[in-house]
Design a protein around this ligand. Structure first.
Ligand code: ADP
Ligand code: MG
Length: 619
């Protein structure tokens, strides 16, 4: 890996001669950009025409790999060997994608439901990382052709809601393509940077980034202060975008031409051709009030207003997401100072108009919405190259992170919405005498019981020297670096033994899951609190039972028969109540036991001390 020179005096990365490119690795389209003569600029194809590279990879029978427009053409003629939307599969397991397998025209290979998805192309299997690397390689080549020298460093953007695993997968794809990924940047952050928002570090502002692409919708609320970008909230819909506009318009075209939509849907090639026709009519309607389309040989005229009526419910859904994001951030539309439009589908005038109405202001739309994320990535790359005063990019953890403690309780170490990079640590101890190993299970989520949260991974801290329960001091530290990668480190402080893992969960998390987990935690708050209180009471009772048995054993000679029998009966009573679900009864049994045994314990203690003193010779 090439070294990055650091300016020791300023602590900033020193100017490098090599150009660092900015890459928007999109679901539908990808782009590469760099700073040319002080301005961000998207690189075009060899013909100097298009900046967009369709995120499509095709494998020819001869084993050749096609990427971009050439691959997109194969979507109709050879769908099984033409991979699109691979971004949806990044960092995901088969289980995660089972729901939308039917949406994909290619074969997602069911290897082992918990392991990462593989895609079958002819007789080979590919990971989403390998396929994304093909797209990145094409972008790298495009940049090298334009610049006339090797390009090996890049900044790549990802959606703000991407979890650690998806970010890591993106980074791995970069490495596989021969790119040193200097930074993973959130797409909304990049979009803001493209407009120069956030470059003035004296200014604090709250902005919304509305991103409607081909198949996905994302709304992000960002707070920018002192050059730091903080994600206050994200929301969206992973299956809502321009493709849905195309489908709505295709239905409309069929209707106008007097065809039955079911008849067409059964024939794949016709349906695909109709979809492409719908897309071109849609694009034309972004400029003109009316447009002619050709439906299976018939010419029809479509009014923009008819199209708008057809997509109204879809646009409304995006606004509902905006309202949810604002609510999560604790803000009103009027608190948003700037709105940035991103994604090809925001070219639709009706979308622009509705977004403007919702936020009560004219959105930023001066830059090409397809290019804005890549342009911002180039700005970020330039900042990293040391060509601009360094800006810090701050992201937040979308869900709380913690570990499982006795009784299946979630112990939060890094709360939700903490800013990263962050390090947080807590001390724990053992619950059994002579315990040599400690299992550390890491979870993500807002619920009190780990069973309701999502397990990210686990490891064993082994080799703890035998000590009585409660004596070892085990520090568990969670470290999240600037890219959002979590490392968990456990160290027994008395002996110094240490173990750590980088959390790369076996499978990813969707934003629906994330939203659901948050909603669940609110909906179940009261129930969770009760469950937690009960578990805590049980844990306390269990500890007390063990301590009681030990007390009786060790002090057999010092206690009367009645005292022993009464203590035993209190212990038995407590033991019987533990499995019940009345925490108050457990508490009162604990109290009774404590009240009865406290004087005994004091007496035993005095006797033990006297004995100890007698055995010692005082000079
Ligand atoms: P992604 O972020 O998912 O990779 P893009 O931001 O490139 O996607 O958006 C692609 C979508 O934008 C497609 O659905 C495309 O039809 C739509 N689109 C592109 N140009 C226009 C236009 N002029 N009018 C309406 N929709 C457009
Ligand atoms: Mg996009």
């Amino acid at each position: 890996m090439p070294l990055i020179p650091i300016n020791m005096r300023e602590g900033a990365i020193a100017r490098t001669e090599e150009t660092i490119v900015g890459i928007d690795l999109g679901t539908t389209n990808s782009l590469v950009a760099y700073i040319k003569d002080g301005k961000p600029h998207c690189i075009r194809d060899a013909a100097g025409k298009h900046t967009l590279v369709p995120s499509v990879v095709h494998f020819t029978p001869e084993g050749e790999v096609l990427v971009g427009d050439a691959a997109r053409e194969k979507l109709i003629s050879d769908p099984a060997n033409t991979i699109y939307s691979v971004k949806r599969l990044m960092g995901k397991s088969y289980r995660d994608v089972a729901d939308f397998q039917s949406f994909l025209g290619y074969q997602v290979f069911d290897d082992d439901t918990d392991s990462l998805v593989k895609i079958r192309v002819r007789d080979r299997f590919f990971t989403p990382i390998e396929l994304s690397a093909e797209i990145l390689r094409a972008l790298k080549r495009r940049a090298e052709t334009e610049l006339g020298r090797p390009v090996s460093k890049a900044v790549i953007t990802v959606p703000a809601y991407f979890n650690d695993n998806q970010r890591q997968a993106t980074r791995d794809a970069g490495r596989l393509a021969g790119l040193d990924v200097l930074r993973i940047v959130n797409e909304p952050t990049a979009a803001a940077l493209a407009y120069g928002i956030g470059l003035d570090s004296t200014h604090t502002e709250t902005i919304a980034v509305y991103d409607l692409g081909g198949g996905t919708f994302d709304i992000s609320i960002l707070k920018i202060h002192e050059g730091m970008f903080e994600v206050l909230a994200t929301n969206g819909d992973t299956f809502l975008g321009g493709d849905d506009f195309d489908r709505a318009l295709a239905d409309l075209l069929l209707q106008q031409a007097g065809f039955n939509s079911d008849a067409v849907a059964s024939d794949k090639a016709t349906a695909q051709a109709l979809r492409l026709q719908a897309e071109s009519v849609k694009k034309a309607l972004s400029k003109a009030d009316t447009c002619e389309g050709n439906v299976l040989g018939k010419t029809v005229r479509i009014q923009r207003t008819d199209f708008e009526r057809a997509i109204e419910p879809l646009v409304q859904r995006t606004l509902d997401c905006c309202a949810n994001a604002l609510r999560d951030a604790g803000l009103q539309p009027k608190d948003i100072e700037k709105v940035v439009l991103v994604g090809g589908s925001t070219r639709v005038p009706f979308v622009k108009q509705r977004v403007a109405e919702f936020f009560g202001q004219q959105p930023f739309d001066g830059l090409d919405p397809d290019e804005v994320v890549a342009l911002g990535a180039a700005v970020q790359a330039d900042i990293l190259a040391g060509n601009q005063r360094d800006l810090l990019l701050l992201d937040v953890t979308p869900l709380s992170l913690g570990i499982e403690t006795v009784g299946g309780l979630m112990d939060v170490i890094i709360p939700r919405n903490s800013k990263v990079p962050i390090r947080a640590a807590r001390q724990y101890t053992t619950s059994v005498d002579g315990q040599k190993n400690l299992k550390i299970a890491v979870y993500q989520g807002e619920r009190d019981l780990v069973q309701h949260n999502r397990k990210l991974g686990e490891f064993i801290l082994s080799g703890i020297p035998p000590m009585p329960a409660g004596l070892p001091k085990i520090e568990i530290a969670f470290i999240i670096n600037a890219d959002g990668i979590l490392t968990v480190r456990a160290k027994e402080l008395r002996s110094g033994i240490e173990q750590q893992i980088d959390i790369r969960p076996a499978y990813g998390i969707t934003e629906e899951d994330m939203a659901r987990m948050l909603m669940d935690s609110i909906a179940h708050a009261a129930e969770d609190m009760r469950a937690r209180a009960l578990l805590e009471a049980r844990n306390e009772a269990q500890t007390l039972l063990l301590a009681g048995e030990k007390f009786l054993q060790q002090n057999d000679a010092l206690l009367s028969e009645t005292e022993k029998a009464t203590t035993r009966s209190f212990l038995r009573a407590l033991q019987e109540i533990i499995p019940g679900d009345d925490k108050d009864r457990i508490h009162s049994a604990i109290q009774q036991l404590n009240e009865y045994t406290a004087p005994l314990a004091r007496r035993v203690m005095d006797a033990t001390i006297r004995e100890a003193m007698q055995g010692k010779k005082i000079p």
